[in-house]
Structure formats: C-alpha cells, structure tokens
Design a protein around this ligand. Structure first.
Ligand code: ATP
Ligand code: MG
Length: 549
C-alpha cells in the first residue's frame, strides 16, 4: 500500500518534483510570552516532521518582535521542552536579530513608493478601513512624497515622536476585498526596552511584516502556520515579493490548530492560572503545557504518536482528551515497569510464615527484554481494603473469609480469621501461606482465580500520591468561560504504601502500580517521602467509548 500523505507533504512533493525548491526548510516560531502547550506540540511535530521526512532543516526562531511581553525564562523553557519532545533544531534565531534587515526592507518599500508614514491614530485607521462590503477610505497622508516619507521614517527611528504619533503603512489597495491588504500598518512607534536589543529601537515591526521577512531571509521554503493566518497570506506574499527576496520565495501553508476537549490552549489563561496561584506553576502536572504534561508523566514518544495519529487537516475540530490518554496508556503498557502499591491498607498477619525472603519478581511481561527486581516478603503484609470482602458478592475472586487468593509474585494465602474494630470495620486479617505455592514453582495443587497486589509491612515505604483531573470541567449549560469552568477538585492528595524498590527510582520514572494505574515519580520527592503523580488510569475510556458506538 502506498504511504498516505497529508496535504502539506503533497505540496512539498510537488515543489520538489517541479524543482521549485531543492531542500525543504521549515521553522518553528514561538513567541516567548509563555510556556509551550500541547497545541504547540502539533506544530512542532509537523515542522520537525518535515525536516525528518525530507532530510531538510528546521530552525527554531523566537518571534520576539513584541518587546513588552517577552521574557528569557520563556526562551529557556521553550528550548528545553523542544529537546524533551525529541527534536533538534538547525539554527537558533531571534526575530529581533533581523530588526536591521526589516528596517532596510521598510526603507526599500518607501523608496519604491509602496509605503508611507501616516499621522493617523489607531482609531482613525480603524474607522477608515471600511468593511467586507465597503471599500476603505484613503489616508490623508497616502500621497506623501518618497523624500518626506523617508525623512519622517528616519525621525520615527530616532524617537522624535511619542508612541502612537506615527506609523508606517504599506501602500497596497484600500478597496481590496481582503481587509489585510488595505494599507496595513507595518511599523509602529514604541519606546520600550527589548530583552535582546535593549533601547536600540523605538520603532517595532508588525507581525505581518516581520514574519515573511524572517522566513525569506532565513531561506525557509515552507512556512507552516495555523488557519487564522489564511487571510494574511496575500500580504505575506506581497511583502516577500516587494522586498525583492531571491527565489525560491517562502510559501505559507495553513493547517487547523489542535483543540482538545477540556484543555486550555490559551497562553493568556494559563498565565492567569499561574499568576493567581491556582496551580503550582507552569509545570503543574495538571497544566496542558509541555512542562506540565512532562511532569504528569506523559512520555514524549506518546505525544509524538498522538500528533501523528490525529493527522494534519484544514478543518478545525476538537480531539477527545481520552484519545491522548489512550496513546499514553498504550506506550506505558509496553514500557512501564509494574510495581506494587496499596492505597487503603489492611494489615495481614501470616500465622505460619516466619523470617523473611526476597522474591524475584518480573518487572514487565510486555517488555522485549525481561528484567526482574527483588521484593521483600515477611510475616506481615498490607493488602488493599478493596481486595477483601467480608460479605462477598457472587463470583468474588479476591480475598474473603475462609477464601484463597494469590499474592502477586508470591504465595497463595488462605484467610483464617478476620479481626474487626468496635464499629465492625475490618482491622486485621489472619491468614496462612499455602505450602509450596510460590509463584513460578507452585506445586500446591490449590487453584485460585484472583491475584492481588500487596506490600511487605516491614520494608514498604510511605508515599504521597496526587490524583489528577482536568483543570476544566465539562461544558455545562452553555458555560464556556474558562474562569467559570475551573475544576476546584482537579487535585486530590492521598497516601499509599509502596514497595521498597521504589526508593531507587529517579524523578520522571514511570510505573504501573499494578491493578491501579500509571504513576510517575515527582521532583517534590524527598529522602523521607516519595511523591507520585497519577499519569492515567488503567481503563481506556476512549477505546471503550468508541467500540460501543
Ligand atoms: P499567542 O497568540 O498567545 O502568542 P500562539 O498560540 O500563537 O499564542 P505562538 O508562540 O505564536 O503561540 O505559536 C508558535 C507556533 O505554534 C505557531 O506557528 C502557532 O501557529 C503554533 N500553534 C499554537 N497553538 C497551536 C495549536 N493549538 N495547534 C497547532 N499549532 C499551534
Ligand atoms: Mg502567535
């Protein structure tokens, strides 16, 4: 079967076949005004995916043309998130490095009679722009001479005017059906300190002027962006053509941005959550930022797989968050070691067992190469309260009075006696080990259907476990506002007893707590206390929901 191609690959194939381009070059252009989120992962996968498929290049270019909102903290976080996702950029660039190039381009346009300095306020420009049905009104400054425009533009650069007093506009067509072509503003005055260029500039280029110049200057062949820029493409093409960049000129291609149910893709709102202290920071494990989902334990491989599977399209849509979870679960099922944890312990005393031993337990039967670990076993253990029933329902295969169950990787036990407290709650179980029933060499002849997890009471370790839910509640009664949908119950902290082997785990190591779910060791862990974040549960709600349809 022929490999199916997405529409971007079809465009690139055609460009290569026609000889229009010889080497594919893309770029990822984040604005350093926040942390990257899962939506950016899609753009990263597309841009770096083209680099890989066509043995081309992909640059990382910080779009720092807006001086007021940017921060080097964001620059560093973006770099580290991209590396974590598994991508390597070719050149590392800053749009602000091109301010001189952009200035020269603006001068070129003025000299060609294609740009003019306007004294209009933002409001006047807006009022004269016209509508979809009505042509705009020409600026009173539209026919200034080249000499006057040049002089005024140099004065703008020299900071002669206050903010907002003058702008540079491209002279295109006030009657264009595309509003972006109605003499768009390409430079504005702004007396602001820039994190890279300091106080060198008090004029800054607008995005629609800067971006095509950055692309063309860098030799980008395919400038991939999201659909909202579709209407800006004629302006993009106009800028690269009129600024006389050499062939091949970069080509803008738009795709539909990624939206996921109950997931915030707005940097502004994510920043608000951080600033208001509603979350632990940009890397809170509930945050949809890449640093958040990293801390949540989502593997980069699963994120890349998810982006590949949802594909690239021209139509906006919303992907179920359970689909991403399903990709994560599938990866972890193959790659996460199984360990034992007990969340709601009942003590079990094994009357006929003395001393202690170290059992050799398989880490992950799904792994290609088997590895084992030592799990201590002794007279007192804990099992989970949910694995014992005083009055069992029919077909109950876990532990019950006078019943048997297998302890994972260890022995079959028999429940001899149940101790209850004054309120009738189960306080302790007295059990006995079935002779010769050890996993792997069981000659006991006793058949059991249930296998449960357990931890050794003498050596187990207390852990803090964060159970996590989406930061947003479902859309209900038409309420779509993020502030009103904030899920105050999205974080629950519980404790658990976990097996001793986890003391040697490293931060970001991921495990399956057998029969419970997947968990990752968090950086908040200390010598005395392990902290885990819940990654995903074991049950796949996406595949279940879809197979029932
Ligand atoms: P803002 O408008 O707050 O700056 P942004 O989402 O545009 O946010 P950028 O840093 O400009 O953020 O984005 C970098 C790149 O990632 C852009 O090419 C943008 O189109 C792409 N991108 C952003 N959000 C998504 C998304 N949800 N799905 C796919 N691509 C996205
Ligand atoms: Mg943007």
């Amino acid at each position: 079967m022929a490999e199916s191609k997405n529409f971007i690959e079809e465009i690139i194939d055609a460009d290569l076949a026609e000889g229009k381009v010889s080497e594919v070059c893309t770029r990822f252009p984040p604005e350093p005004n926040g942390y990257l989120h899962i939506g950016h992962a899609k753009s990263l996968c597309i841009n770096f995916g083209m680099k890989a498929k066509y043995h081309g290049k992909c640059n990382l270019r910080f779009d720092d043309t807006n001086p007021s909102k940017e921060d080097t903290e964001y620059v560093e976080s973006i770099k580290s998130d991209i590396k974590w996702l598994g991508f390597e950029w070719d050149k590392l660039l800053f749009a602000s490095d091109y301010f001189d190039v952009m200035f020269d381009c603006a001068v070129k346009l003025i000299k060609k009679g294609l740009a003019y300095v306007s004294d209009e306020t933002a409001e006047e420009i807006r009022l004269r722009r016209g509508t979809l049905y009505e042509a705009g009104v020409e600026s009173p400054n539209r026919n200034r001479s080249v000499e006057e425009n040049l002089q005024l533009f140099y004065q703008m650069r020299d900071g002669v005017f206050p903010d907002g007093a003058k702008v540079l506009r491209a002279k295109i067509d006030m009657a264009s059906p595309n509003l972006n072509m109605r003499d768009p503003v390409i430079y504005r005055m702004l007396h602001a300190t820039h994190h890279n260029t300091g106080d060198k500039w008090c004029i800054y280029p607008m995005y629609d002027f800067a971006h095509p110049i950055e692309d063309a200057h860098e030799g980008i062949t395919h400038s991939i962006c999201t659909l909202e820029f579709e209407d800006h493409r004629p302006l993009y093409d106009w800028v690269v053509r009129q600024c006389d960049f050499p062939q091949p000129l970069p080509q803008q291609i738009e795709f539909a941005r990624l939206n996921i149910t109950n997931t915030i893709m707005s940097k502004r709102y994510l920043k608000k959550l951080v600033d208001e202290g509603k979350v632990m920071g940009w890397d809170d494990p509930r945050m949809p930022t890449l640093s958040g989902i990293r801390r949540r334990g989502y593997p980069p491989e699963a994120i890349r797989d998810f982006c590949e599977r949802i594909g690239v399209s021209k139509a906006n849509s919303e992907v179920q968050s359970s689909y991403l979870e399903s990709c994560v679960r599938e990866y972890l099922n193959l790659h996460a070691d199984r360990v034992m944890a007990v969340f709601d312990p009942i003590k079990v005393v094994l009357a006929n067992y003395e001393g202690s031993e170290e059992l050799c337990v398989e880490n992950n039967s799904m792994a290609e190469v088997q590895t084992y670990r030592k799990v201590p076993f002794s007279k007192e253990i804990y099992i989970d309260r949910s694995d014992f029933a005083l009055v069992p329902p029919p077909k109950y295969y876990r532990l019950k009075p006078d019943g048997y169950v297998r302890l994972k990787g260890a022995y079959i036990i028999h429940c001899d006696d149940v101790l209850t407290d004054s309120e009738g709650n189960v306080a302790e179980l007295h059990c006995s080990v079935v002779p010769n029933s050890r996993s792997g060499d069981d000659t006991s002849g006793v058949k059991v259907k249930g296998v449960i997890q357990w931890v050794d009471a003498a050596t187990c370790v207390d852990a803090t476990v964060r159970k996590l839910q989406s930061l947003l509640t479902d859309v209900k009664d038409g309420v779509t506002d993020f502030n009103e949908r904030f899920n105050a119950d999205s974080l629950k902290v519980v404790s658990a007893k976990v097996e001793r082997s986890l003391l040697s785990a490293h931060v970001e190591d991921r495990f399956q707590f057998m029969r419970v779910g997947y968990y990752v060791l968090d950086k908040d862990s200390t010598e005395g206390r392990l902290v885990f974040n819940e990654i995903v549960g074991l049950r796949d709600s996406f595949n279940t929901a879809n197979s029932q349809k």
